[in-house]
Design a protein around this ligand. Structure first.
Ligand SMILES: [Fe+2]
Ligand SMILES: [Fe+2]
Length: 195
């Protein structure tokens, strides 16, 4: 990576750290910092750019606690295509909105944009930064649910397998709870099942 690219990323990181500190939900800050911690470890393990992983982590849930009625309004302003499922459950738009915001404000690189944009659903074409964010979001230190240790263990061994297993777990969870499934999630599953 070129010197000026590193400086550019360091600058985004600097501003994002300030924004995260100003969020008004204590548990959200803890979660975001936990995701950043885990994402950096995974980036180092899998030879990915640690600054990019940290930026993706710090940015992914910036809009998570916005009042629900605002999601649809902001999404429309950003020109995001709102699916039937997102219209029914607008909080699912928080990743897409964060990605669009960070693209406009800080010109984040495309791999970070995609990682944040699809962090809720998964994505059929995820690169490693996307996989690292998706996995870190589910296994960061404050997460506590059945099987979390299993996912932490696989994340240490095989990034692709951890991505697939966490995606599968999310789908099973959604079906058991009779929650909506995003189309992107189904596509991500279909494209990754044979890998
Ligand atoms: Fe999120
Ligand atoms: Fe998150």
């Amino acid at each position: 990576m070129k010197y000026y690219e590193v400086i550019f990323l360091e600058e985004i990181l600097f501003y994002l750290k300030k924004i995260v500190k100003r969020l008004n939900t204590e548990h959200r800050i803890k979660h975001i910092m936990g995701v950043a911690y885990t994402a950096k470890i995974l980036a180092e393990k899998y030879n990915e750019n640690e600054i990019k992983a940290e930026i993706a982590a710090l940015g992914h849930d910036l809009f998570r606690d916005v009042k629900p009625y605002k999601f649809l309004k902001i999404a429309k302003v950003y020109g995001i295509d709102i699916s039937y499922v997102e219209e029914k459950n607008p909080i699912l738009l928080h990743g897409k909105i964060a990605a669009e915001y960070l693209k406009r404000e800080y010109e984040i690189p495309n791999d970070i944009y995609e990682a944040i944009y699809y962090h809720t659903s998964g994505y059929k074409y995820f690169n490693n930064i996307g996989k690292i964010l998706f996995i870190s979001d589910s296994i960061e230190p404050t997460r506590n649910y059945d099987n979390v240790e299993y996912f932490r263990n696989i994340a240490n061994i095989d990034l692709d397998l951890a991505y697939k297993e966490i995606l599968k777990n999310k789908i099973i969870f959604a079906l058991n709870k009779e929650h909506y499934l995003l189309k992107e999630t189904i596509d991500a599953w279909n494209y990754n099942i044979n890998k």
